[in-house]
Design a protein around this ligand. Sequence first.
Ligand SMILES: [Zn+2]
Length: 251
Amino acid sequence: MVEKVAIPTRRSTGHVGLIFSDGFTLARFPQGEGMPRLGFVFTTLVRGNTSPKYSDDARLNRQIAIIEAGLESYRIVRMVPIPRAEDLKRLITIARVGERVGEDDSVDCDGLMTDQLGVVIELRPADCHQILLDAGCAFALLHGGKTELRRNVVEIGVLALCETFGVMPEQIALIDGPGIGPCCYKEQDKFSIDLRAMIEEQARGIGISNILFATNCTCCSRDPRDEKTRIFPSHWRQPGIRFSAFAGPLL
Ligand SMILES: [Zn+2]
C-alpha cells in the first residue's frame, strides 16, 4: 500500500500593517525590500467620504486626498463595479485602460489593467477588498467583493493580465489592500466569510506564490492613539460611505 506523503509547499504569504501619514488621513503599504514595487494608497475616515454618490463633500475630500498623496500629475482612472442585482448571470469583466472618454474618467468593470506610465487606478470600496496584481511591465486592480470572488475574479483577472501583456502567473505579485475580515463579516449572523482566504486560494490555484495582505480589517481597525476611533469607512458598520484606493507606479 502506498502511503500518501504530504509535500511541503513553499509559502510566501505575508501580512503587513499599513503606514499612516500624519493625522491618519492616508494609509499606504510600506515600500522597500520585500514590499510592493507599486504604490498602493488609501484614504481613511479622517479624510471623509470620497464618493459623490453619498456626500456633497466627496469631490473636495477626494481632491485633498489626491494632493496629500502626491497624485496631482497622474491620470487617475476609476473602476466602477457593476451592480450585481441587475444580472446575476453576468460574467466578470476585466477591462484595459484606453483613451479617456468624457469628463468622468471611469470604466464599468470588475478589474482594470494597464501598462501605461502615469496612470493610477482608483477603486472606491467600503469593505470589499482591492486586489493589486503587479506583473512588472503592467498591473491590474480587481474588485474583491464576495460576489466577484465567488465568480473567481482573481483567476479571471490574472489570466486577462497574462494574455494581454504576455506574462506568466509566476511573475505576478498579489497585494491585497484593507478589506473586511472574517472577524466581522458574517453570513446570517453566524458563518464567517473569509475573503482573504478566497483570494489566497484562487491566487495559489493559478500559480501566484508572492502574496501580501494588509492586516487591517475595514470594519474593526482602530487608531492605536485613540481606541475609540475607527480608521476606515465600512459599509458593514455604517452604510453609505466610501474611501478611495489608488494603485499605480507612484514616484
Ligand atoms: Zn474586523
